[in-house]
Design a protein around this ligand. Structure first.
Ligand code: NI
Length: 253
């Protein structure tokens, strides 16, 4: 059995101490594909660097809605440049976050839209981060459609959002949050066609049960697969295989 962790941040400083050994160990534990997601210019460059070192790691580049503080048009140009590098498989994570940042909605929208244009010009899919802003996120995606579609990463467990996202042709990526006790994840998981489901860890965050509170890593993506298998009445192996294929398809790997 092999797993594809479609979203992790090995560019986070929490991995500075042991990145090399950890990635080796993860690969030996059958997580044989990982996408390392960027969220600002510096971390996008670092994601590409890490992807360059490990065959099984790929990268995304983008400016997240929580990294807009010192925004300039130059940064958009830099993301475009990084996006054309080897092993960059998507523009992301990008989107809107009105939970952490309520006071700069217009600038968040502008940065999101500009990066949708980058995705279209580079013919790449997008990786979306959306929090407390799902309607506005969908509105922008309808206004500026992305040719290669993309992924709702760490998708909020909101049935309305999932229905609409699937209708628009997007993939839904579930993370450790589906394992949390009060998550009500079952109806959400059931809404997604099997060929549109992805699994991720969002490491070092969102550690699944029963390890909640500790640093997360891709080795724990299997707990997300297990939860989905339980809900869909499939084997963990079937879920691992299908989500692996789905990940390769959307990222063009
Ligand atoms: Ni993330």
């Amino acid at each position: 059995m092999e797993y594809f962790d479609t979203h992790a941040h090995y560019n986070d400083e929490k991995f500075d101490e042991d990145r090399e050994e950890l990635l080796k160990e993860i690969f030996n534990n059958n997580v044989t594909k990982i996408v390392c997601a960027g969220y600002n210019v510096e971390k996008s460059e670092m994601a590409v660097e890490i992807a360059g070192k490990y065959d099984f790691v790929y990268a995304t580049c983008g400016i997240s809605p929580n990294d807009t503080d010192d925004f300039s048009d130059d940064k958009i140009e830099m993301i475009k440049k990084i996006g054309s590098k080897n092993k960059v498989v998507a523009i992301g994570e990008i989107g809107l976050d009105y939970y952490w940042n309520k006071n700069n909605k217009e600038i968040q929208k502008k940065i999101f839209e500009k990066q949708l244009e980058i995705a279209n010009s580079l013919k790449l899919p997008i990786v979306i981060h959306t929090r407390d802003a799902w309607q506005e996120t969908l509105e922008i995606l309808r206004k500026t459609p992305v040719e290669k579609k993309g992924i709702f990463h760490c998708c909020p467990l909101n049935q309305e959002l999932i229905k609409e996202a699937v209708k628009l042709g997007f993939y839904i990526s579930f993370s450790g949050n589906v394992t949390f006790k009060n998550a009500k994840s079952e109806p959400c998981i059931k809404l997604v066609p099997f060929d549109k489901i992805l699994i991720e860890t969002d490491s070092p965050y969102l550690t699944p049960e029963p390890f909640r509170g500790r640093r997360n890593d891709s080795g724990k993506v299997k707990y997300v697969a297990q939860k989905i298998a339980e809900v869909l009445d499939k084997t963990e192996e079937e879920v691992a295989k299908q989500t692996y294929e789905n990940g390769c398809r959307i990222f063009g790997i």
